[in-house]
Write a protein that binds this ligand. Structure first.
Ligand SMILES: Nc1ncnc2c1ncn2[C@@H]1O[C@H](COP(=O)(O)OP(=O)(O)OP(=O)(O)O)[C@@H](O)[C@H]1O
Ligand SMILES: [Mg+2]
Length: 249
């Protein structure tokens, strides 16, 4: 079997906020074409970990390697040029611009980093809009879209930069069942047709379990378990971490 191509590796990543150690000694690897989940109860440190991996926060300790290059302490622009693009827990788009112009801005990010050729921009934009089911809303102003479509737009913007790794922070929040099913289908295509990797923070356990190849479980800032969805479901440590939480894992 061929060696797995490691896109991202974090080693001993920690983040201290004054008296609070929000993330502690996190080791994480993401390989090419893998869909990886990052789950954990509220306040476990998932978004903070995302911020560390995407350069929005410098780590207090640890090392970050992306695409073979040392990215420890690098700013978000440098990390996205290296192929990692993220979305935020709340929808991220320019509210007064059209769907198409928002997606263009995503593609421009990819153009700057050299992943999207200027000549191919229009095609990338069309593909992003079609993939995420936004064709009919192409000329709509983003803020006027229903909530579910705004979430899909955030994902389309990230896709249009053509990253090798997309990090989605709770992308399914507020989507109805049909939209969730459609989004998961798109994720499978990002992996199979585009060879992209996905890091997914998500509270919708059914979705996480059905889509992820591998899952990291965070609790109080530490990775307490890593494994396949089946392994996670049958882990005592994971069940214990979720006890008292309103999640059905
Ligand atoms: N900028 C900050 N300054 C101080 N404390 C912070 C900061 N960001 C997060 N925290 C704290 O760090 C801990 C981890 O927060 P984080 O947002 O990473 O959790 P999370 O797993 O994403 O939670 P949720 O499921 O609610 O989104 C929490 O106790 C939070 O209050
Ligand atoms: Mg969060």
């Amino acid at each position: 079997m061929a060696e797995k191509n490691t896109l991202l590796s974090g080693r001993n990543l920690s983040k201290q906020f004054k008296g609070l150690l929000a993330v502690s000694g996190v080791d994480i690897d993401i390989h090419q074409g893998e869909i990886v989940g990052l789950i954990g109860p509220n306040g476990a440190g998932k978004s903070t970990t995302f911020n560390l991996l995407s350069g929005f926060l410098p780590p207090t300790t640890g090392q970050l390697t992306i695409g073979g290059a040392d990215m420890t302490g690098a700013m978000p622009e440098r990390i996205s040029a290296q192929g990692l693009v993220r979305t935020f827990q709340h929808s991220s788009y320019l509210p007064t611009m059209t769907v198409e112009d928002n997606v263009l801005i995503g593609a421009l990010g990819g153009t700057r980093s050299g992943r999207v050729a200027r000549a191919g921009q229009a095609e990338v934009i069309r593909q992003a809009i079609d993939l995420f089911g936004l064709a009919e809303q192409r000329n709509s102003i983003a803020k006027n879209l229903p909530h579910g479509l705004q979430r899909l737009l955030s994902m389309a913007i990230a896709f249009a930069a053509r990253p090798s790794l997309i990090c989605y922070d709770e992308p399914l929040t507020g989507l109805n069942q049909t939209e969730v099913a459609e989004t998961l289908k798109v994720y499978r295509r990002l992996k199979s047709e585009f060879g992209m990797s996905i890091l997914l923070v998500e509270h919708n356990m059914r979705a996480v379990m059905s889509i992820c190849d591998r899952i990291y479980v965070l609790h109080h800032g530490e990775i307490i378990f890593t494994g396949t969805p089946d392994e996670v479901k049958s882990s005592e440590a994971v069940l214990k971490a979720y006890l008292g939480e309103a999640h059905d894992i």
